[in-house]
Design a protein around this ligand. Sequence first.
Ligand code: SER
Length: 648
Amino acid sequence: MIYPKTIMLTTKEIRQKYLDFFKSKGHVVVPSASLVPDNDPTTLFTGSGMQPMVPYLLGQKHPLGNRIADSQKCFRSQDIDEVGDNRHTVFFEMLGNWSLGDYFKNEQIPWMWEFITRELNLDPKKLYFTCFKGNTDLGIPKDEESASLWQAQFAQIGMEAKIGENPEIDGMREGERIFYYDEKKNWWSRSGVPGNMPEGEPGGPDTEMFWDFEPQGSSASGGLHANSKYASQPCHVNCDCGRFMEIGNNVFMQYKKITAGFELLSQKNVDFGGGLERMAAAVKDNMDIFKIDLFDGMRQVLEKLSGHKYAQNENETYAFRVILDHLRAAMFLVGDGVFPSNKDQGYYVRRLIRRSVRFAHRLGIANNFTKDVVSAVIEEYKDAYPNLIEKKDFILEGISKEEEKFRKTLANGLKVFEEKTAGLTNGGEVSGEIAFDLYQSYGFPIELTEELATERSLAVDRPVFDKLKKEHQELSRAGGEQKFHGGLADHSEISTRYHTATHLLHAVLLKILGPHATQRGSNITQERMRFDFPHPQKMTPEEIKLAEDLVNAAIARDYPVSWAEMSFEEARSKGAIGLFEDRYQPIVKVYTIGDVNEKAVADPSSPTFSREVCGGPHVEHTGLVGKFKIVKEEAVSAGVRRIKAILE
Ligand code: SER
């Protein structure tokens, strides 16, 4: 069969084609979960498509059935230092499809083949596949079934696909297209190889799909490797020279780690994950991921602002890539309610923005620029993520504020760094005191100082820096706010009243501040309630007064409060807020303040004031809540506000 020259699909079209394809195979397409996982304290970010699916892979019933597909936003903070080459990004979208105890290899492999060769039009001559070679100690057999299924796909189009048993030693011999690797390459679990898996963790052998960017080999390397650094080893799909790129991973998730090894899960699952941007790079057949159309708009803005063209010299290309990657990631993180701060997720957002500003400085961009780049990012993604449009102002503001703050001190900080390190020679060390001064007075995240030091072949005295930082934190804490008495929420009458007041306030904040002001945390004691929510600036006295008045008006109207159980879908279609954590619960409990048959509008003239997913309990009618008074509105961290309120 003759394959037509690849029609140049856009990244948007690839995403849509993938979702449509799996829909046509009986899958329910679900929206991407937040980059900040809900009920998972073990990790700060959603780093793979399967993360929100874990309970269902382990056997819990998914409310939407046993065939699910999506395009999941992912953030991998551990890759920050790798960004700058042609393929690493901290943010990416992972296309995913799951069989939750339904279909298995016999369907997944032919479907994938159909998708990549027919829908994406990828040339089979440039496709390679890897399978698990088996491990007798672990009691896991060789995955010959997957290997022969791939062979059958090639055979259908008249291509012979030989199997390479030892690619790491033999390299790739004539006609070989399918290769066996051990668990270091062809096993997937959230914690990596079988030996690292904690008890209870699901995992399984996988089969990966690779695209060959340079079938003739790179002339620069004098061999088949894309990079001469690898010339002493045989080139094979997993050798990291850059010639091949993994574009997707089919995990056959069927095992669970137990003390003595593995046992079979109650069901056999498929967990497929494919990098959207990588697939687009394969379609474009260009190994620079930053050249795919998705980055065109942002890249052009950056070229215009800097007066430099992309990919003219290595130093500038590096800077371009860091900015493109980091600002895109920051846009999505702020959109998911994470603001720059000194802690947890917020610290990453701060680093991403400050690092971008520093590299923009290197490109000669002297004015504030993030708004222009981030607007271009939103433009690119607004069709796939429509709520970005309503959050646009809020995102632009969150990012540019951080930029402005850092710009004020960046040039001076860089000067200080130069002065203080002028006397140091290669291998010298920047003292902890200097690093702390740069952090404290000039807002340099420690990683930035470390990076500047590395560029000059210097080290940083990290232990002393850490000690100084800790001492400083303890000092500022000692002078901080007084703690409230009380503690854990209880179900006494007073806390039930506070609980209902919390729903009223939540609805009101969303109405007056915008859809970003969703609950980030709430805490109730016998004396007061506390409510945290993302918002880029201090609420004005007028906004505070309005919030208080609206809550009191809802109390005065004495709405009935009732609850009903329903599916997640139904709750969503009824406009219930606070859905996120319960998104994958089959049945959720929904509290309505007002008429259950009407749409909730946080306005006292509306028959229904609020509808929210919640476990309860609540008062029976709002008149029981009492008089609501906001006593304080303050920052918890940059971009996250806290309201303290009492009932009189
Ligand atoms: N869980 C696999 C991965 O993240 C496939 O989705 O690569």
